[in-house]
Design a protein around this ligand. Sequence first.
Ligand code: SF4
Length: 284
Amino acid sequence: MLTKGGSHLGYQTHYVVDGGKARIILGVLVAPLEVSENKPMLDLLWRARFRWKLLPRQATGDSKYGTEENIVAIESQHIRAYIPLPDNDHRTEFFSAQEFKYDAERDIYICPAGKELHFVQGQSTERSRRYRAYAKDCNHCLLKSRCTTGKQGRSLCRSVDEEYLDRVRAYHKTEAYKKAYRKRSVWVEPLFGEGKQWHGMRRFRLRLLWRVNCEALMIAAGQNLKRLLNKRGWGRRPCPTEAVSLSFWLLLGDVLVVFRRSGLFPRRCTQITQCSSRNAIPFY
Ligand code: SF4
């Protein structure tokens, strides 16, 4: 990937994470850095959905995932796409498309000055429809300096999937969207921090894409196991002192066997089962 400092080689790790408190990682994919982030999203989502038989109500991602293709695919599966859309409307000082009202019944736009923009067949493509105001309206308009510099009248494009995009824009004002997005930054993003800080994800040990994918899977499985053990408890873990003590007694047993075989074994001994002398049990 080309960056300001030159070309940069590396990988991008994608996680699909369950939205519950446990933050279970449902899917992992490592892609080369030159593969843009939005590309693997749908494959990962469908795999997690069918592999784990899930019926997600919503999918959350950052603005890099917010392409029209992703939004349409997710929304058409009745999953709410809680994904920010790139703001392409405010790249110039002119009126943005949001300031034009769409009249679905008449299939026209109404501009801020109240004039109509009509569909133009010849300038439309398969995926977008162009609407244009009459030149005579624009050329005599007082708002023209804020709208267009062209002499043919202001035009704007409408995607054929604009309905889905409008629906996603409407989510952005809801509390559910804001909560999901906050949750993502607090619960999901730290998983990458954890992976980098504690599990070697900052620099993979292996080379080649498939090996790196195996390594990322192992790291994610480890992260999931940590959460599972956190939930169920770690069970009994011998502390180092106990381990040393156990190996001492095993070694002592071997030594005693050697002593017995060599005839040096004493006829009477005392086994101390605990450290307290009160529990000393003499045996012969
Ligand atoms: S320039 Fe044309 S499209 Fe823009 S506000 Fe005026 S009449 Fe409407």
